[in-house]
Design a protein around this ligand. Structure first.
Ligand code: FES
Length: 373
């Protein structure tokens, strides 16, 4: 049952608070293509290579949020995308080097690589749409959508010479068109000075035709006149890593999964002796950032992204007496045992995850509905 809301007075909102408090994330889109020579290797080698690469990539689940996608059948020059999100760029380099050292890595060519960072937009949300928080842009929280459309983006220099007010007007029109397609979710990140482009755009949706219609509609907006480059464009299909590897060819390794079948997935958090009381840590599990809390000699794991605007719950204030945490961005409060929203402006709960201690090591796990990935 939903706990009773107590409504402690909420401290006044500070629009810059989230940006001041929260580390911006680094984002990498790495596109790989397989050398056809690999497809002519004996089946036992192909299987061994796939398992080695799988294990190598999965070891990085503790250091970054990592989503695999397949581009087989959608693009000629890339077959796998690894979408990576981390608090520092260093894990990206470590992962790239680890992949290069594997047997299969010797046959993989990195055909495209994009590097960017999250940032709050300089444009304002129009009155009446305050439910959409620009603060959400500080953190990426991928959905389970089946398709991801990715492209780099550059504006003309003329765009930056227009006044902020003029650009705001054009962005308002742009946003209004986007609002007609609620099934399409946009993740914008920034590349100025980091890579050759200015922005990286990644649209998630289950309906590719909605994305097509959206892009066509956007061509008629005033802001479109200021687009210098918005290619190459990648159509990526969300799937499990073993399925994405099977899609490139060779002997298959993915086990068939019946619709509705559950499978377990666990990630190691660390030794319990090193986990100080009334503190929190984060790990990544199946493409989600999980906040793990040590409170009153118990361990609790919840989705680390606040259900209001993705605030980082592991950075919030822990109350052992209440077994709760207060989101650092706008002070929404959650029960760590149930994930329920119990105070402040939050209304929706956050997911809870299972915790287990094996040989003094703490693990977080979940039953995952594999059939949807
Ligand atoms: S992000 Fe607003 S209360 Fe958490």
């Amino acid at each position: 049952m939903r706990p009773k809301l107590t409504h402690t007075p909420t401290p006044p909102a500070n629009p810059d608070r989230a940006q001041q408090l929260t580390k911006r994330q680094y984002v990498r889109f790495a596109f790989y293509q397989i050398d056809p020579a690999w497809r002519r290797l004996p089946a036992d080698q192909q299987i061994a290579h796939k398992h080695e690469l799988m294990q190598t990539i999965k070891q990085f689940n503790r250091r970054m949020l990592l989503r695999p996608y397949s581009l087989m059948g959608t693009r000629a020059d890339a077959e796998i995308l690894l979408w990576q999100i981390a608090e520092s760029p260093l894990p990206f380099q470590d992962l790239a080097a680890a992949i290069a050292r594997t047997e299969l890595g010797g046959y993989l060519k990195l055909t495209y690589s994009y590097f960017s960072q999250t940032k709050r937009s300089i444009y304002q949300i129009r009155p009446g749409h305050e439910d959409e928080s620009e603060e959400e842009r500080l953190v990426i929280d991928p959905s389970e959508a089946k398709y991801l459309f990715v492209y780099p983006f550059i504006k003309t220099r003329d765009w930056y010479q227009r006044s902020l007010l003029t650009r705001q007007g054009m962005m308002d029109e742009h946003v209004e068109v986007g609002r007609k397609y609620p099934s399409v979710r946009l993740n914008t990140t920034y590349s100025f000075g980091l890579d050759d482009y200015e922005f990286m755009l990644a649209f998630e949706t289950d309906e590719p035709s909605d994305f097509l219609d959206l892009v066509q509609d956007l061509r008629e907006t005033e802001a479109s006149r200021y687009t210098l480059q918005d290619t190459p464009l990648f159509t990526c299909i969300n799937m499990r890593l073993e399925e994405a590897l099977d899609a490139i060819g060779g002997a298959p390794i993915a086990q068939p999964i019946e619709p509705g079948q559950l499978s377990e997935s666990w990630v190691e958090v660390g030794t319990i002796a090193d986990f100080a009381p009334n503190t929190a840590r984060t790990v990544y599990l199946e493409g989600k950032m999980i906040g793990v809390f040590h409170v009153n000699d118990q361990f609790y794991a919840i989705n680390n992204r606040c259900s209001h605007a993705r605030g980082p719950l592991h950075e919030g204030a822990i109350d052992p007496a209440e077994c709760s945490v207060v989101c650092p961005w706008h002070y929404g409060k959650f029960d760590l045992r149930t994930g329920q929203a119990i105070d402040g402006l939050v209304r929706r709960p956050v997911e809870t995850y299972r915790v287990e201690i094996r040989d003094e090591i703490l693990y977080v796990g979940t039953p995952v509905l594999e059939a949807i990935r």
